[in-house]
Design a protein around this ligand. Structure first.
Ligand SMILES: [Zn+2]
Length: 523
């Protein structure tokens, strides 16, 4: 039995979730649904990083207690499962889940037992936005390149992790593909990081600097565990690592694949720090580190700190989960950045979902109702001129599997789209309504059989990508016990495009674009 563990990163919850995180969730969901459909055992996990200092600062600005703040904010992230039609198996919240703290403490002790933790005095430049120390060489004009802020000068005694010890081993694992980093450009980036030399890194800070929030270092209550150590640990702690539970052996050590999905900004943490911690703790390393790019909105970076964020709740509320998922899968090349606009989402949904899939299904079922009283044609034979449609149906499973193995969501959806494209062309060529008028009964039956099989294949193969639309297509194309199809009802309506009358503000409101007065929320 193939067993696969798929995770997203756990975002800090200092602001509302944005479309970039929805991208990661949808990609993970597609992998989970697809692998389940092939008979694999799958566990799809997400969660929230509640212990970041950024959450503390945001709570202070909001004038509420930290736990109260993170509870309310985390709900906005964990609540995305329904509007995005996600098949999440498990959610972990690092401040409140009883599995987490005990697991993080065990991870700390395991690395300490390996002799990899030590205390030393340290001075460094810390960016709270990144939750990371920087050397002056890594800054531009003394400012963080991501946040544009001047990092804090921190001078204190911290715990350090002996990352340097694992350089050679990490390099071997990444180079051999034991840890597969996708796409290849990211793999090269990781190798370059390792080759530049890995310095030990600080894994705690004073409780005072952490403002009393986070998980205390075991046996050293004046120190709090570094939030990245804590957050990365979620991939193990949610599997009952603290108790060495059955989930740990099943979904970690015993899993065929351990797949982490993440954005390019946190590559170093996942492809260098995390595997080294796992090696130190005597645990298996991830098999796949799959790295997506960033989204921009009308050319501007979408992030929680940028002050402009496309709200996935508002988008799915306005356009439905299918249109949003479809743009994220079709409009974003794997591993690359992509620019989101409402117009792009709407035209893709109308061109491909409504005019492509929806119109095909509607035309086929309508013709079957009009000329065959809704009965599925008895013939099983294909038509001699249907080679392209039949080939697209036959090729789809292999193409989808190969593409998703490479995290190429766009090519995977292309294989399903190809069936609709060929089938719509076949409708136009054969003109079934003319065949009916010409009373060419056998020919009409053969053509309708080809087309209905194509629609049914679309319903099947769309499931991982668009579970909702796939369900509507399958219901529309599945005959009842008496061989009768449901009456045609339209599986995918067109979306009203933003009209020329809409000024920029109106368009933004439709799309749920929220502009906060606080431009740099977490700086
Ligand atoms: Zn920063």
């Amino acid at each position: 039995m193939t067993t696969t563990y798929i995770t997203t990163t756990i975002p800090y919850v200092n602001a509302r979730p944005h479309l970039g995180f929805a991208l990661e969730l949808v990609q993970a969901d597609v992998l989970a649904r697809y692998r389940r459909s092939t008979g694999e055992q799958v566990r799809f996990q997400t969660g929230t990083d509640d212990n970041s200092l950024k959450n503390v600062l945001a709570a202070q600005r909001a004038g509420v207690g930290v736990q109260e703040f993170v509870d309310a904010s985390a709900a906005a992230f964990t609540g995305l499962a329904r509007p995005l039609s996600l098949s999440v198996d498990d959610l972990i919240r690092t401040s409140s889940d009883p599995r987490h703290r005990a697991g993080v403490e065990r991870l700390w002790r395991a690395c300490a037992a390996s002799g990899d933790l030590y205390r030393k005095h340290y001075e460094g430049l810390y960016c709270v936005g990144c939750e990371q120390f920087y050397t002056t060489a890594e800054l531009t004009d003394g400012r963080c390149r991501d946040h544009g802020t001047v990092p804090d000068l921190v001078s204190e005694e911290n715990w350090f992790f002996r990352l340097s010890r694992y350089s050679g081993q990490l390099r071997g694992l990444v180079e051999s593909g034991t840890i597969r980093v996708e796409p290849a450009g990211r793999r090269n980036e990781v190798l370059a990081l390792i080759d530049a030399g890995l310095a030990d890194f600080s894994i705690s800070r004073s409780t005072e600097r952490a403002r009393g929030w986070g998980i205390p270092v075991p046996g050293d209550p004046g120190q709090v565990i570094y939030v990245w150590w804590d957050a990365l640990g979620n991939y193990l702690t949610a599997l009952d690592y603290a108790d060495d539970g059955e989930n740990l052996s099943r979904w970690w050590a015993g899993a065929s694949r351990r797949i982490h999905l993440l954005g390019k900004g946190v590559l170093r943490f996942h492809a260098v720090y995390w595997p080294a911690i796992l090696l130190s703790a005597g645990q298996a390393v991830p098999t796949d580190i799959a790295v997506h790019g960033y989204l921009t909105e009308n050319g501007r970076k979408i992030s929680k700190s940028s002050g402009a964020t496309v709200d996935p709740y508002a988008l799915t509320g306005d356009f439905g989960p299918d249109a949003v998922r479809w743009w994220l899968l079709r409009g974003v090349p794997w591993g690359a950045d992509a620019d989101f606009t409402v117009d792009r989402l709407v035209s893709r949904a109308n061109d491909e979902l409504a005019n492509g899939f929806g119109n095909l299904v509607n035309r086929v079922v309508t013709v079957i109702w009009r000329y065959r009283d809704g009965r599925v044609p008895a013939t099983a034979a294909s038509a001699p001129d249907a080679a392209a449609v039949d080939q697209a149906v036959k090729d789809a499973p292999g193409l989808i599997g190969a593409a998703l193995d490479d995290f190429d969501f766009r090519s995977a959806t292309e294989a399903v789209w190809q069936i609709a494209d060929d089938a719509n062309r076949y409708v136009n060529q054969t003109r079934p309504w003319d065949l009916a008028k010409a009373a060419d009964s056998a020919r009409l039956d053969a053509v309708l059989s080809v087309l209905l099989r194509a629609c049914q294949a679309i319903g099947t193969h769309l499931v991982p990508f668009l579970p909702d639309l796939a369900g509507r297509i399958t219901r529309q194309c599945t005959p009842d016990g008496a061989g009768l199809l449901p009456a045609p009802s339209g599986v995918q309506p067109r979306i009203a495009a933003p009209t020329a009358r809409d000024d920029q503000r109106g368009v933004d409101r439709r799309a749920g674009v929220h502009r906060t007065a606080r431009a740099r929320d977490d700086a």
